[in-house]
Design a protein around this ligand. Structure first.
Ligand SMILES: Nc1ncnc2c1ncn2[C@@H]1O[C@H](COP(=O)(O)OP(=O)(O)OP(=O)(O)O)[C@@H](O)[C@H]1O
Ligand SMILES: [Mg+2]
Length: 408
């Protein structure tokens, strides 16, 4: 975000081109589809829901939007089990306690001449509103955005990780741009925030939420745009190599990997190669550094075996019977780079799967089930996400109790 600080604040945009330019100045490379959606966010009072695989710039876009529009960024990071007090507001218990301590004498006076306990409680109850007033209200991001006198961008990040109950709360707030606090009243936004929600699609969001939002699917960028992004990061890698690297990363994305390399990983790889002073991309140096972009052991093996072909599509790969039902003694004879440990037969069979078919198969609604999502239990693209079995909280205690009984 340091890059963004030097950018002059712009409050409104006259055109999509304006948005492209402003985002570019803020270090965010946008195409017209993306910029059009952002332009509409600034013109229609509609939240923006950005879906897409990890590391394609969803969160960064919200930050860039805050920067270019001169708005304060408020962020609600969603997680499983989060309740609405972390999203909307909670009562500042510590402050309430502090005040009651300081005001002990005064409170004592209120109940001093109460004839019985009942009356004393009644009198304290009559003062309740003092302690449940705005002074003791701790705003969380949603209420903060609604109450803020200055314009804000509200980023609700990774909304798919939140439970459905919280999604319902969000829906209510986003529909009306207001929050009701029973003890105090209803807060209505004077200046409506720009709202950006992001999702990795680890679970399907409700149709009601989607309907209320402008929708942007952010996929891996075109080679041209990805190169532009890499260039904009001043990685130090010569341009010709950066260009080649982008193509290689795109090739890796075509493989059936558990976690495909993202834009941020392309940038990291470019930086790594620049630091090593690489002047030519060959399978050897790429294999040695491939763990910068692929993070699972099985993915590393698949990537290493594909790299010679990706570096030089015309390279003659030794005839080892790829892709036609070979046996379990199958080996990859890579000319360069360390030979990976032999994979189990069923993994090896999938190693050289043509990724175009794989990606085409994934290109369906709710598709980033297993490659894009960060749910390691996610099923195949398009299938319903697998929910890990819920373990009742008391289960551990119960089995511990049993164990103790047996031991006695
Ligand atoms: N269009 C872009 N212009 C400039 N940088 C980009 C762009 N897209 C992605 N990046 C780079 O990629 C990095 C990762 O982006 P970001 O954190 O926004 O990904 P994300 O989609 O939110 O991923 P996740 O789902 O894992 O949270 C950013 O820090 C930025 O450096
Ligand atoms: Mg993110």
């Amino acid at each position: 975000m340091e890059r963004f600080e030097s950018v002059d604040k712009v409050v409104a945009f006259d055109s999509v081109e304006d948005v492209v330019t402003a985002l570019g100045n803020a270090g965010y490379i946008a195409d017209t589809r993306l910029a059009t959606t952002v332009f509409l966010v600034t013109r229609l009072d509609k939240p923006l829901l950005i879906e897409g695989p990890a590391g394609v710039g969803k969160t960064e876009l919200a930050k860039a939007l805050a920067l270019i529009s001169g708005r304060r960024l408020l962020r609600l990071q969603c997680y499983e089990g989060q309740d609405e007090t972390k999203a909307l507001y909670e009562w500042d218990y510590g402050k309430q306690l502090l005040y009651t301590q300081i005001l002990r004498e005064k409170i004592g006076q209120v109940v001093a001449d109460a004839p019985d306990l009942n009356e004393a409680v009644e009198r304290i109850g009559a003062q309740e509103s003092v302690f449940f007033s705005e002074r003791f209200l701790a705003s969380r991001p949603l209420l903060e955005a609604i109450r803020s006198p200055e314009p804000t961008v509200l980023l609700i990040d990774e909304v798919d990780r939140a439970d459905e109950a919280l999604e319902a709360v969000l829906l209510e707030t986003l529909a009306e741009f207001q929050v009701s606090v029973p003890e105090v009243g209803t807060f209505v936004a004077d200046v409506k925030p720009y709202v950006v929600l992001t999702s990795n699609n680890t679970r399907d969001l409700s149709a009601a939420l989607k309907r209320r939002c402008l929708h942007l699917f952010l996929d891996y960028p075109s080679a041209e745009r990805e190169l532009e992004i890499v260039r904009s990061k001043d990685t130090g890698l010569p341009d010709a190599l950066a260009q080649q690297l982008v193509e290689i990363v795109r090739g890796l994305r075509e493989l059936e990997l558990r976690k495909a390399p993202s834009i941020s990983e392309t940038i990291d790889w470019a930086r790594t190669l620049a630091v090593l002073g690489v002047t030519e991309l060959n399978a050897g140096v790429l294999s040695d550094t491939v763990s910068v972009v692929v993070k699972y052991d099985k993915d590393v093996r698949r990537a290493i075996s594909a790299l010679p072909r990706l570096v030089d599509p015309n390279a003659t790969v030794p005839e080892t019977g790829h892709g036609h039902g070979h046996g379990s003694d199958h080996r990859h004879d890579d000319a360069a780079g360390p030979r990976p440990a032999p994979a189990p037969a069923e993994e090896q069979d999938a190693e050289e799967v043509d990724g175009r078919a794989v990606r085409a198969a994934k290109d369906t609604a709710g598709r980033f089930g297993h490659t894009y999502g960060s749910n390691p239990l996610g099923g195949d693209g398009g299938a319903a996400p697998i929910t890990p079995p819920k373990v009742p909280a008391e289960r551990g205690a119960r089995s511990f109790g049993l164990g103790r009984k047996r031991a006695l």
